[in-house]
Design a protein around this ligand. Sequence first.
Ligand code: PLP
Length: 453
Amino acid sequence: MSDYTKILLEEHEMPRRWYNIVPDLPEPPPPPLHPGTRQPATAEDFAALFPKALIEQEMTQERYVDIPEAVLDVYTLWRPSPLFRARRLEKLLDTPAKIFYKYEGVSPAGSHKPNTAVPQVWYNAQEGIRKLTTETGAGQWGSSLALACVQFGLECEVWQVAASYYSKPQRRTMIEIWGGKVHPSPSEVTEFGRSLLKQDPDHPGSLGIAISEAVSQAVADPKTRYALGSVLNHVLLHQTIIGEEALLQLAKVGETPDVLVGCTGGGSNFGGLAFPFLREKLAGRMNPTIRCVEPTACPTLTKGQYRYDFGDTAGLTPLMKMHTLGHSFIPEPIHAGGLRYHGMAPLVSHVYNLGLVEAIAIPQTECFAGALQFARTEGIVPAPEPTHAIAAAIREALACKASGEEKVILTALCGHGHLDLASYDKYLRGEMVDLDLSDAAIAEAMKDVPEIA
Ligand SMILES: *Cc1c(COP(=O)(O)O)cnc(C)c1O
């Protein structure tokens, strides 16, 4: 460990362990099921995809997991991340509420995703793995994994949804800067990709197809594994560094949150911020209202069903009990690409089902209106995904203005929007519209969800 790392850990009280919420829950979460036998999946079922250490973390009952020193050392490139009080936004809104935001855009990739990419790569490296494959949509996850791979000398191969590969080339370039290899998906590299290109040489691709391609390459080589950037328990575990830091930072200024809001795509930045606070709430040490915020165009928690479903479109992954709109559901192309997922982390779904957290959906024009208020006061241009959390924080602050309550509001600003300026351009020109999802469209996609008692 470098001297600088030591100073950061000691003087800034950086947490040295991740928090696993599972042993503290009033009921255990339902287990994942093998897609063929539909029996609870075993560690063996995941062995071709993930290293042993991560499978262990996926299933662990331990309350805390020590963060390896080598991981802490990379974390200190941007951690601890700052917690800001949005005084200028509060003033604009003329609210008695205090708004705090934990800013994850300070990572080299510009989002919270390196918090899990770094440990995932390190554990793979410890088990002699030489290459990781993954899929990416707009490129946030692919670029984060490439950044982590170059830190530990692993190869990184990314299948990027073809439509984004051609229309949003900046993050593809970031992956290449960090030494990764990117294919448009469907690709000529895999049999599945070739079969799709034969039918349609201009196939736009989808996340489901990209997952299938990345998984097929990983299982074919004993020195290669696959990595996932959200949804799974071990991903949420790694992201709890966000909430553990925020707890310490708020304690330093003598505050406890009354309301906590976070955007949910697969659920990792939300779980990462919220779970340490939920631990405190379950222990009776504080009592915040905790709320998930999702787009009205992809309302997984507020309109989806809590059922066993596949994580990917092709139906290759284990079945997970989660809130889902159906694995064949294709969301409209809204601007917050990271929130366009048909499912939700099983752990977030479980705590929502238990009534421990709430959920709301907000249309994208309200989100971008809030993001402009935020950027014009706090200065930071948010990624399209956390504009949902900002809009929810603004709703809460305006309710405080009406009622005179002095609530403390906490949220995660999980990424900056410097590579998403085209979305802002659309909003500023008045070309952005709200997309509501019809009940008929949801019912249609739910038809493909397997019936499991
Ligand atoms: C990927 C991403 C998301 C969505 O993923 P979660 O697992 O729900 O956090 C949200 N915001 C940003 C900035 C992302 O890169």
